[in-house]
Design a protein around this ligand. Sequence first.
Ligand code: TLP
Length: 345
Amino acid sequence: MADIIDLRSDTVTKPTPAMREAMAQAKVGDDVYGEDPTVNQLQELAAEMTGMQAAILVPTGTMGNLSSLLAHCDRGDEVILGHLAHTFLYEAGGMAALGGIHPHQLRNQADGTLLLDDIRNAIRPDDVHDPPTKLITLENTHNRCGGVALSVDYTQSVVEIAREHNLKLHIDGARLFNAAVALGVSAGELVAGADSVTFCLSKGLSAPVGSMVCGSNEFIKRVHRMRKMLGGGMRQAGIVAAAGIVALQQMVERMADDHHRANELAEGLGAIEGIHIDSQDTNMVYISLTEEVALSPKDLLARSYEHGVKYSSVGGRSFRMVTHAWIEDDHIAKTVDVVRAAVAG
Ligand code: TLP
């Protein structure tokens, strides 16, 4: 079979030749002692690009979010978050299981936001019956809401609510740079006033491993301890950080191409009878198989794979396709052809 067109996620991207070269040449040291010069360089770059005081490298986005939540909250504290937030749906319940943190879910709107009034109403009074509200979290781009980017204005409104009520704000910015590129603003503008942000190097930015947590000096010091506690203190991590530096220097602007291709993909798939476009934004396309089509969702995936195209089921008759640096223009046309043929039977 020719090369597979893998649209399951932007996590499938492999390091570029420039990353492999930088990894081979990287100067390293023991990062648990803070002595890896390449990790330190990446951390400074990440802090600068997000406009935060400090940053720390963690192995995954999941550990970035969990260590941030643990650093913000004590056991029994409550976090306000969306019912479709990645931290709520797909992080193995870590905040509750390991942190004793109580998740207070609000309905995510189709545009990935939480209604400001819902947030205000969710903040608990100072009453012995209630878990103390400590933190609000947002997700940008919002994965389950179709890769939609949250605007600077919206985030600022949430920053104001957090300040008014003496709460902290964490942003799961796994795809923060997709949002920045799509909105034509800097990552720093998107997180201004937030207390912390996690972003991933290993998704659209194509690095093999790694995420960054950014925040104040004092906050990052606490995350450092949490990272150690969770087993994420790596040693000669400069090998990995070197790829992350290349990712931030070379792979940000090109994500506009991924967004353009996702848009073309949605247009092509939308013209197929039996396929409904549920949502499309930045590098994501969510589709579903309409009820009139006799084919089962499992068979659609199997037939697509037989013809060299992989994507993910998100339950029921719905699927997700994600564009990234390994997806080219002709892959878009081929994917549309493969799905059309599969649906037609
Ligand atoms: N998302 C993965 C899967 O877990 C669903 C994907 O393929 O999209 N925040 C957001 C918004 C994410 O989408 C992800 C990964 C994470 C955090 C966690 O990152 P990792 O996989 O590095 O732990």
